[in-house]
Write a protein that binds this ligand. Structure first.
Ligand code: GLU
Length: 489
């Protein structure tokens, strides 16, 4: 039997480039050795759950050609593959640890934990749980449970010794157990934490190799302790380097778009994009940088994987994408344009907005220009960012709050005209702005003009990723105007 690997994205927002990166390496390894890849949805953090996100993950990975073997959408022998459908198992496993005395119920209140934290900060001591409930009298525990007192279940982490594991890319990694907190396994609402659910599932789904981002290294000792507590065999661990911005900070949406959908909307070719991701952590034996997924699979070996904080540099990706567009036949190029730029249904939606607003057919393309391309030019419409009753700084601030809010608000996230408008009106009320004021700012920011089709239709047809990029650019532009004014004034 070949290796079994998994990717375990959380459906909390747009499909992240990091998810594709990790999926690529999992897949290359699994396919090379005739193994299987599982896609598991880790949706137990209900506060960050975002509807639609799961489907967006499936679509983005499929667009890139990263195919999994088992998952919520295609089943498999180890399902269900959504953690929210596995809750009873996590509780049963937590009970098992409680019975074995390897975990305990903790009744500490939020107030107590906050006070503890403050006190530890004041003493400059290590922050963490102090084990207050670790040795409660069993009769007392029973009484509190009978009273339905809210509580969590924590792992009884050994107070001495060291937890060491082997990372296939980094060698031995160890930490003294005193540094490890008594991890919460079950939250007071009965939901498991990431640690418990992740370990239980990797075990139950017979995962042999855990290949994930570097940001999980600090969780791994906790997982190792859990495997030990259950008496289960450890998988092998590989922590890939974290993708970075050119300034070497962690790839984040402040500096670089991180949604796979953005790269699709901007017209990158999936094969080119995947090849580019591949080169960030993998090198071909012959040093060649351009390769297909199949070529990467054939040549895959851990000795060719580097973990040195790969830098995501769009200029190289752009150059490659241009090369690959030029290399296409005219027919293939035309088909691509119809599929990705005008379809599916997009051109029709654009024409519906354009038709009532033109006098001659040859106005179509110039009018429709606002729906294409990444950014718009604000120089000629700069005056439209000036509102009668608001300073430029206030306008920049409200746009920035709006940008944040459309990322997180469930109604806005649907990105359909009606809910988007309802959300935007609510946003105005909450921020004490008149819809008319905000909407005129949004219109210039998104369309780059003062007259455009109805705002929310315009936004929707432009698409979420393009709107976001333009809003960010508009915020920069308005801030620069404000700064120039305060200097000259
Ligand atoms: N749910 C985690 C994530 O969102 C999974 C991390 C892991 O692979 O263990 O990335």
């Amino acid at each position: 039997m070949g290796p079994r690997v998994r990717i375990a994205p959380s459906p909390t927002g747009d499909p992240h480039v990091g998810t594709a990166y990790v999926a690529l390496f999992n897949l290359a390894f699994a396919r090379k050795h005739g193994g299987e890849m599982v896609l598991r949805i880790e949706d137990t953090d209900r506060s960050r759950f975002s509807p639609g996100s799961e489907r967006a993950i499936f679509e983005a990975l499929t667009w890139l050609g990263l195919e999994w073997d088992e998952g919520p959408d295609r089943g498999g022998a180890f399902g269900p593959y959504r953690q929210s459908e596995r809750l009873a198992r996590y509780r049963a496993y937590a009970d098992r640890l409680l019975e074995a005395g390897k975990a305990y119920r903790c009744f500490c209140t939020r107030e107590r934990l906050d006070a503890l934290r403050k006190e530890q900060m004041a003493r400059k001591a290590r922050l963490g749980y102090d084990g207050h409930c670790r040795n409660l009298d069993p009769a007392e525990v029973e009484r509190l449970v009978a009273e339905s007192r809210p509580h969590v279940v924590r792992l009884k982490v050994p107070r001495t010794g060291r937890t060491v594991f082997h990372d296939g890319l980094r060698g031995e990694i160890g930490i003294d157990n005193v540094e490890i907190d008594d991890q919460v396994l079950l939250k007071s609402d009965g939901y498991p934490t990431y640690h418990l659910a992740n370990v239980v599932d990797d075990h139950e789904m017979a995962i042999t190799h855990v290949i994930r981002g570097e940001e999980w290294i600090t969780s791994t000792p906790k997982h190792v302790l859990l495997y030990e507590a259950f008496g289960w065999q450890l998988p092998e661990f590989y922590h890939l380097g974290l993708l970075r911005n050119p300034d070497r900070s962690k790839l984040s949406k402040r500096k670089n778009p991180v949604s796979i959908d953005y790269y699709r909307a901007m017209g990158y070719l999936p094969g080119t994009f995947l090849n580019y991701l591949g080169t960030l952590g993998f090198s071909m034996p012959d040093g060649r940088e351009r390769f297909t997924l199949q070529e990467m699979i054939d040549a895959f070996d851990w000795s060719r994987v580097n973990v040195g904080g790969p830098v995501f540099d769009r200029s190289k990706l752009d150059a490659w994408n241009g090369d690959d567009l030029r290399a296409m036949s005219a027919e293939a190029f035309e088909e691509l344009v119809f599929d990705e730029v005008l379809g599916p249904g997009r051109w029709r939606r654009i024409l519906e907005l354009v038709q009532p607003r033109i006098a001659r057919l040859d106005e179509i393309v110039p009018y429709a220009a606002m729906f294409f391309g990444e950014l718009v030019d604000y120089e000629k419409v700069a005056g439209a960012f000036r509102l009668k009753k608001r300073s430029l700084a206030e306008s920049a601030a409200i746009l920035s709050a709006y940008l944040e809010a459309i990322e997180s608000d469930p109604e806005a996230r649907t990105f359909e005209p009606e809910p988007l408008e309802a959300f935007s009106r609510r946003f105005c009320t909450e921020h004490g702005w008149k819809p008319r004021e905000l909407f005129s700012l949004l219109r210039v920011a998104v369309a780059g003009r003062t007259a455009a089709p109805p705002l929310f239709d315009t936004m929707v047809v432009c698409g979420k990723d393009r709107c976001r990029a333009r809003l960010k650019d508009a915020i920069r532009f308005v801030r620069a105007m404000a700064a120039a004014e305060s200097e000259s004034g």
